[in-house]
Design a binder for this molecule. Structure first.
Ligand code: FAD
Length: 644
């Protein structure tokens, strides 16, 4: 988790102008005279993915190694946007009937869609299932970023990272993990080396940027160090330092005389920024330090997240209030839930892309060799096996569903027609039933005959935008020399950066020596502080799609040079590849007590929106209003059970 304020594309242009631009090709450094350190895997030509829809069968098709703009990459979302803008059907050509007939078609090949296929087959083992996804790779948010660095496989999550949840996993979600052979507790013990960087003396740092704080300065926040010592070198006034110390030590009861319940009720309706500014009376520079801290978890800054929600996540400032432990009612979770709530913390080197690949192996065994949750990490997925006519389960990529319609009246129809766009053409398939495991916001355009109230509810909860960037570095010597592994940069373009966590699993080994190439993870959350949350997300989504790869690259170079330069880092020399995973439709929207009403039971938009419609049911984490893998799985299960 981490953060920073919005810094729209181009605002760092002046600073970045001085950067000598090396030759980058969609994020991969071109090796000149053998100088580049990354011995990259052969790269599938991106243009071929865009132009040739059936490319998933082509030799060499392997999207995980693609760099440059990924996530919602150019070419993946335009059809859906044309549908939204009522610009699709007027220009659409004829629909070619494939003649394919399935028991189930799933729209959306993320964890929820794949889990839906799994649960359906658990009820009907002989079922024939087609899964459609608009992306060139399977997994939805749970994407794999794969690099070969100096001949070594290096993996990072392009999106969904950890098998965690603020709530205990349900028996359903837990059962699926076990079916896939994933025992998070055992894997953590066996494979994760969570203390690796700390054992190397690397701590967390805070980077103060000159645009926000007046001077560039990296300070170390070593565990256990006194905050006054941590802030000694920070470009902050004495008042700002005193306020941060007061917030971190949190000895004050700011609401004396109120009960815990009364205090919580106040905090639930007050933003964290307002709490710090109006109750704690913190200096503006201290507020700037905390503004971006909530970005990583909530996708908005301190101005738009409730004080009670961040209290539940152990944010500082509340200790003196002596609040009764327990969940923040709106979000239903608590920091204590992380400690003993029965959830997990394990992550695979490619995040939950390994869960995706385990699900794919479960559905289409011949596509991925191996038998265990450990060997899946290095196994190579054979994309040419994903959509085979003889296989009972097929995954069709580069295919955007544009219409899902009953053959007749929804209440009595015995089949559904699904039309999808692929490679410039339109095709149709038929099925006994359809699970929509795609984003809620597109469903009204796919099924315009849904009841108006349901469509309105589906529109309500648009997803939260954010960007995860994977940057390949020649080595991590500068981190070692500076003594940092993670940096929170509250004023910078990317609000956090972190060295790849060390996990050795199956045949996969993480970099352990500072002279080895490594991957760095950077997070950017585009926000518009001061506006209501959903308005900020609308602006952020536009910002993400309007920002060029070059702007991301320049900001990465500028930021890394300024933070790591004192440790000898040189972006022009030390960055060897960049993958920018753009997620304009990222986290599922979770309600915000500052802006959303308290709906009566059963009336919240996600509940109204996920109602079964004839032979069509609705999955995806949107249907839970909870941006977590266990929710995606639980919703898949519900959507499938509704069909029987
Ligand atoms: C950057 C990021 C980090 C995250 N980290 C975590 C984490 O650490 N832990 C955690 O539990 N959760 C995390 N999440 C939340 C994550 O959303 C869920 O865990 C889970 O991956 C969601 O799965 P899903 O199948 O519900 O949705 P998605 O992964 O969004 O899958 C839906 C798929 O449907 C496709 N689709 C949409 N419309 C159409 C159409 N018309 N036709 C065809 N296909 C369509 C989409 O493109 C997408 O591929 C993260 C999310 C993001 C964005």
């Amino acid at each position: 988790m981490s953060a920073q304020k919005n810094n729209p594309s181009g605002t760092l242009a002046a600073a970045a102008d001085g950067i000598t631009r090396r030759d980058f090709l969609d994020g991969v450094a071109i090796a000149i005279g053998g100088a580049a350190s990354g011995a990259f895997l052969p790269r599938f030509v991106a243009a071929a993915v865009a132009e040739e829809a059936a490319a998933q069968d082509a030799a060499g098709y392997y999207p995980p190694t693609l760099t440059g703009l990924r996530g919602s990459y150019p070419g993946s979302f335009e059809t859906a946007h044309a549908l939204r803008d009522a610009d699709f059907w007027p220009r659409a050509g004829a629909i070619a009937a494939t003649g394919e007939d399935y028991d189930l078609v799933v729209v959306g090949g993320g964890i929820s869609g794949l889990a839906a296929a799994h649960f359906y087959r658990a009820r009907r083992p002989d079922a024939r299932i087609l899964i459609l996804d608009n992306h060139d790779d399977v997994g939805g948010h749970a994407k794999r970023n794969e690099f070969a660095l100096a001949g070594r496989l290096a993996l990072m999550n392009g999106g969904t990272y950890s098998i965690d949840s603020p709530r205990p996993y349900s028996a359903i979600a837990d059962g699926l993990l076990r079916t896939l052979g994933v025992d998070p507790a055992a894997l953590t013990k066996k494979c994760a080396d969570e203390k690796f960087y700390a054992a190397h003396g690397l701590a967390r740092g805070i980077f103060f940027d000159r645009e926000t704080f007046g001077a560039d300065k990296l300070v170390m926040a070593r565990k256990g160090a006194a905050w006054r010592d941590i802030l000694a070198g920070a470009p902050l006034s004495d008042k700002a330092c005193d306020d941060i110390v007061r917030i971190e030590e949190g000895k004050t009861d700011y609401f004396p005389g109120l009960s815990s319940a009364e205090k919580k009720a106040r905090l639930a309706r007050m933003s964290y920024r307002d709490f710090l500014r109006d109750v704690v009376k913190a200096d503006p520079a201290a507020l700037a330090v905390y503004q971006a801290r909530s970005h990583g978890e909530w996708g908005v800054g301190a101005d738009a997240v409730s004080a009670l929600d961040v209290w539940a996540f152990d944010f500082p400032g509340f200790q003196g209030l002596k609040l009764e432990p327990g969940p923040a009612p709106h979000m239903g979770y608590t920091a204590a839930g992380y400690a003993d709530g029965g959830s997990y913390t394990f992550h695979f080197p490619d995040g939950n892309a390994s869960l995706v690949r385990l699900l794919v192996r479960n559905l289409i065994p011949e596509s991925l060799p191996g038998t265990s949750a450990e060997d899946v990490v290095t196994a190579r997925l054979d994309y040419a096996r994903l959509d085979h006519a003889e296989a009972p389960v097929r995954i069709r990529l580069n295919a955007t569903a544009v219409r899902v319609r009953h053959g007749g009246d929804a209440a009595s129809a015995n089949e559904v027609e699904i039309v999808y766009a692929q490679g410039g053409g339109l095709s149709s398939v038929r099925a006994r039933a359809c699970v929509l495991a795609c984003y809620n916001m597109i469903i009204p355009y796919l099924c315009p005959e849904l009841p108006e109230r349901q469509k309105e509810a589906l529109h309500y909860a648009s997803k939260i935008p954010l960007i995860y960037t994977s940057v390949a570095l020649r080595n991590w010597q500068a981190f070692k020399d500076l003594g940092i592994a993670h940096v929170y940069a509250p004023g910078s373009y990317f609000s956090s950066l972190a060295l790849n966590e060390v996990v050795d699993i199956g045949g996969y080994a993480s970099a352990r020596s500072p002279d080895q190439p490594v991957l760095l993870h950077l997070v950017r959350v585009p926000v518009a502080p001061g506006l209501p949350e959903r308005e900020q997300h609308r602006i952020g989504r536009r910002d993400i799609l309007a920002t060029s790869f070059e702007t991301y690259e320049r900001n990465i170079r500028d930021q890394l040079d300024r933070i790591l330069g004192p440790g000898g880092f040189d972006a022009a020399r030390d960055i060897t590849a960049i993958t920018v995973n753009r997620w304009p439709h990222g986290y599922a929207y979770e309600y915000n007590p500052l802006f959303d009403p308290d709906w009566p039971p059963g009336e919240a938009p996600h509940v109204v929106g996920r109602a079964r419609f004839g032979r069509i049911t609705i999955a995806n984490s949107d249907a839970a209003a909870a941006a977590y893998t266990d929710s995606a799985i639980d919703q898949a299960h519900r959507a499938v059970q509704e069909l029987f």
